[in-house]
Every structure is written in C-alpha cells, then in structure tokens.
Design a protein around this ligand. Structure first.
Ligand SMILES: [Zn+2]
Length: 356
C-alpha cells in the first residue's frame, strides 16, 4: 500500500480557525449533499491556513464517528478519537494520502504522483472514500503535473483530490480547468485582531504592522509577532535614514538586507513610505506631533525622525520611490534579480533624499 511520501510524517492535528467558519459550512455542504467534487483547488493568500483547512476536511470525511450521521451541522469536525481519526493523526490512514515536497521549497516529483496513481487504482480499505491532499500544488514539476492530469481527466470513483495553492496561476491551465475552484475566505480586520489578541499578548501597533507586512495573513502575522522580525524594523529604518544622509553605501545596505527574511525589508520600506507620504498629505510638517485621529492612519505611529525625514523631501520624489517599491513587490518571489532591484532602489533613494 503506497503511503504518504514524507519519511517522518508529523502528526496531523488539524483545527478550524475563526475566519474559516463560512468556508467550513460550504465544505460540509458538499459532504451533506453527497456531492463531492473529484478535485478541489483551495486557493488564497499564504498564511490563511488553507493547508490546515484541507487536512481538517480530509480528516472529517474519513472520521468513522461521523460517517453514519446524516447531516452535519456547521460546528461539526472530525471526532479525533475514533480509530480512523487516530490513524489519520499518525498519517497512516489507508485511505488518505498527503503529497508534499520531500524537502521544503523543493518540487513535488513525478514519482510521488505515480504513487498517487497507484493508490487510486486500489480499492479503499476502511472507508467508502479516498482523500488525497497535494500541497503546495504549484510545487509539482511539469512531469508530475502531467502525470496528475491523466488522473484528473479520468477521475476515479469515490476519490477526492484536494490541491492547495497560494499561486494557482503557476499551475498548468489544464490542471486548473479540471478542478472545482474554492477560494478561501480572507479574514476581516476584526476577526484577525481578535484571533491575534487570543493568540498572545501583542501591542496594537505591532499587530497592525505584522498584518500589513504579511498582507493580512493572520497565521504569518502571528509568526512575525513571535519572532524577531518586527524588532528589525528599527535597525532597518536606521539604515534607511543613514542612506538619506549619505552615511551608508546602498550596495552594503542591500547586501545586509538580502539576509533578512523574504520580502520583509521591502515591505518595511513600503510602510515607511506610506507614512512619509501621509505626513505630507496631512500637512503634518515641522515636527508637530500627530493628534489621536491622525495617529491611527500611520503604520509607525508618530515616529518623529521619520516625520522629520518626510518633510525634508518633496512628496513628488517620495512617490517616485513608492512606485519603485510597488514594482518590486509585484515581482515578488519570482524575481531572479532581487539583489539588483534592491540595490537600484536604495541607490535611487539615497540620491533622491540627498538632492536639494
Ligand atoms: Zn473520528
């Protein structure tokens, strides 16, 4: 019996997050009406816990306590104590297969998809259905995707394949067109704030900043809040100010920033620029402190040095840098010339900030 590809499978203990209630109801609706798609493509930004949602649903579909229940209400999830749930948690349920890259960041290989093809050719062992989760689906290399395509074209009976992807456009169109699409809900501001408030003791400023740096992805925001990433803001902002005063070399700063976690420096630059432009638009010149109504608009509430720097540079020039930052953010992780883009941004900033 082919099993999950990961050699040391972590225990699968899925949970439902507060912003997933609506999605969960819809998934249960498939289950209640016995109209499961053959292949479901779960899409949405990183950090929305799509993988956890897929795993929880797979577990719930295979849970033996629930199998005899006619209609599941919206709070129902897998029982976590029946034999099927125990097998699932150990990633040894014979009717479940999890396909992930063997190493983080690497491709899902064709050999892994061949295991899937063999798996779906067998009869189910315990359950009346079979569930496969592929995550992140865009990690499949071309051969793997082609191999999966054949299975999607002739879907096996009683089998659900859940593809999880933050970048569905990186999947071949032929794969996408054979899946039912399920864009997961994003979390609204209130839900995210209250979830983060329950998850730990964070200041409102830090929560706002973490959410903005992670494009409103609560799970990633929590990671930022619990790690040193927010604390590097002050250090990087200092570099940014040194560049503006000609006390640092753009290439040296670029080299240093490239060692920081993916995209964090550029997202921080974005928040500084937005704040600087807001100082201009609110006419908050000459170090006048922000009033309470204005403070809420700023990522970095009332950073006096940032305010002073903002006022020293005409807003038109700030927009030039802002446009450049947006351009780099759009390139995202696909960019092969990260260093080049960052260097060019920092050189431009240093020139603009120093020109009279
Ligand atoms: Zn169960």
């Amino acid at each position: 019996m082919p099993k999950a590809v990961s050699k040391e499978s972590p225990r699968l203990s899925p949970q439902l997050y507060s912003w997933q209630q609506k999605d969960w109801q819809q998934l249960l609706q498939y289950q209640n009406t016995q109209k499961l798609p053959h292949a479901l493509l779960l899409t949405g930004n990183k950090g929305l816990a799509k993988f956890e949602l897929a795993i929880l649903w797979a577990n719930t579909l295979l849970c033996e306590t629930l199998s005899s229940t006619e209609c599941l209400d919206s709070n129902t999830t897998a029982c976590s104590h029946c034999t099927a749930c125990e097998l699932f948690a150990a990633n040894t349920h014979p009717d479940f297969m999890l396909i992930q890259p063997e190493e983080e960041g690497k491709a899902i290989k064709v050999a892994q998809i061949r295991e899937l093809v063999e798996f779906v050719s067998l009869t189910q062992s315990r359950s009346n259905r079979r569930v496969i989760v592929i995550s992140p689906a865009e990690s499949m290399n071309m051969n793997a995707a082609n191999s999966l395509l054949k299975t999607l074209e002739e879907p096996p009976e009683n089998t659900l394949i859940i593809l999880v992807s933050s970048k569905p456009h990186s999947l071949p169109a032929t794969i996408r067109s054979r899946c039912q699409h399920f864009p997961v809900s994003t979390a609204d501001a209130t839900t995210m704030q209250s979830w983060l408030a329950q998850a730990g003791q964070y200041s409102q400023n830090d929560v706002d900043l973490a959410l903005s740096l992670t494009e409103n992805s609560p799970v990633n925001a929590q990671f930022y809040l619990d790690s040193a990433i927010l604390r590097i803001n002050d250090e990087l902002l200092n570099d940014w100010k040194m560049l503006a005063s000609g006390q640092a070399k753009p290439t040296a700063i670029a080299e240093k920033w490239l060692k920081q976690p993916e995209n964090v420096p550029i997202r921080l630059v974005y928040t500084w620029l937005v704040d600087m432009i807001r100082y201009h638009s609110l006419n908050q010149g000459y170090n006048r402190p922000l009033d309470d109504n204005a403070r809420v608009l700023f990522y970095h509430k009332g950073d006096a040095a940032l305010q002073k720097l903002a006022i020293s540079i005409p807003v038109k020039r700030l927009f030039v840098i802002y446009d450049k930052v947006i351009e780099i953010l759009k390139l995202g992780r696909t960019s092969l010339n990260k260093q080049l883009h960052l260097e060019s941004l920092l050189i431009q900033w240093s020139l603009i900030a120093q020109s009279k």
